[in-house]
Design a protein around this ligand. Structure first.
Ligand SMILES: Cc1ncc(COP(=O)(O)O)c(C=O)c1O
Length: 377
């Protein structure tokens, strides 16, 4: 049987990984500055992560949400503690798109409305409502067009108010730092306007932290750079360090009802254990705090290369913008220098989404490679 061919693949086959490195079948080492798309938070195969999951696997790996699972409560209180969002409630699922589906559905239950506002450049996933609020017509099938979505530019407060004033919208969904879109951020004023207008017209504000959450941006959630209170927060990638887990945090104004949301796999024992191990390491090794120094170092190194036009992003969710398309450059980084990086819908941007355990020396290695490639071009 062949695989359904939807992914353009690089010719690299990782078979083993440790911390910030992955290794192919010939033991060739690659520096992972992509983190498997911002997923690897505490480093590949972190010993604490492996130990905790292995020991959980030997006790019980899974049972459905029909019985008590104390690990879910433990996870809720750890997330509450580390995000300082004690009053929110947690619903667990397995992927980012599923978190988005649940967030949108919940906002619709809560408001009894069905339209959504999303932003230009947004990426929220591939499933039904998640892809409908994603600003990319080519990945939306006719089936997805049943959703009623209005796309607005960031920072146009007037347009936002005009739409919200119709009182037809269940939610405004935004990324505090756009991931796939290319690391654009709304202005601070606009973030506060979104919160205020959502409250005024009875819509839910959904912060999509699937990519930026769990410490990657320097705060636990990227929106926490601002003093706002979203109604729902979505999370996934860094939450499980590669173990599939996602979730939403729900403001206590939104009340739960039996049957409102549900999943078979979400919140299973192994997934909770994986996420608890991530939180242990984040806290013990102060990884979130360290992103700030690493970002400053990265920006300083980038400033030494004149062909880099701009550094975008925050913490360890960073991008290097050039005045040319970077797909060739990324191929050279991978094949000639063994460095994984990410792309985005901005074709001139290289994304850097490393494990949060990355060190200055790894950035030195990247910038030396960039200098060598760019000098020879
Ligand atoms: C901001 C954001 N939201 C949602 C998703 C969807 O997550 P998943 O691929 O786990 O379904 C992604 C994936 O890249 C994302 O970056």
């Amino acid at each position: 049987m062949n695989l359904f061919d939807v992914y353009p693949l690089y010719e690299v086959t990782p078979v083993k990984a440790r911390d910030v490195y992955v290794y192919d079948q010939n033991e060739e080492e690659y520096l992972d500055l992509y983190g498997g798309h911002a997923v690897i938070s505490i480093g590949h195969s972190h010993p604490h992560f492996v130990r905790k999951i292995s020991s959980q696997l030997n006790r019980i790996a899974f049972y459905s949400n029909a019985v008590q699972n104390p690990l879910q409560k433990q996870l809720a209180s750890s997330i509450g503690e580390q995000s300082c969002l004690h009053e929110y409630e947690l619903f667990l699922c397995s992927t980012g798109a599923e978190a988005i589906e649940n967030a949108l559905k919940l906002s619709s239950f809560h408001t009894q409305r069905k339209k959504v506002i999303a932003f230009h450049g947004a990426f929220h996933g591939r499933t039904s409502a998640a892809v409908a609020v994603t600003d990319n017509a080519t990945i939306n099938a006719p089936l997805n067009s049943q959703h009623q979505v209005t796309f607005l530019p960031f920072n146009d407060t007037k347009a936002l108010e005009k739409e919200l004033a119709t009182e037809d919208y269940c939610a405004v969904i935004f990324e505090a730092i756009q991931g796939v879109g290319g690391l654009d951020e709304p202005d601070e004023e606009f973030v506060y306007a979104m919160e205020k207008l959502c409250k005024k017209y009875g819509s839910c504000l959904i912060a999509d932290e699937v990519q930026s959450g769990f410490g990657r941006s320097g705060t636990f959630f990227a929106y926490q750079k601002y003093q706002i209170t979203p109604d729902i927060i979505t999370m996934a990638k860094g939450m499980g360090n590669g173990f599939p887990i996602g979730g939403i945090l729900i403001h206590p104004d939104i009340k739960a009802k039996y049957g409102m949301l549900g999943t078979t796999f979400g919140g299973n024992h192994l997934a909770c254990t994986a996420s608890l191990a991530v939180l242990d390491v984040l806290k013990k090794d102060r990884l979130q705090e360290k992103t700030k120094t690493l970002e400053a170092y990265f920006r300083e190194k980038a400033s030494e290369i004149s062909k880099i036009k701009k550094v975008k992003g925050r913490g360890l969710m960073l991008g290097l913008e050039f005045d040319f398309e970077v797909s060739g450059l990324r191929k050279q980084l991978i094949y000639d220098h063994h460095i994984f990086t990410g792309g985005s819908s901005n074709k001139k941007l290289i994304r850097i989404l490393p494990p949060l355990t990355v060190k200055e020396k790894h950035f030195d290695y990247l910038f030396d490679a960039l200098k060598e490639i760019l000098e020879n071009n």
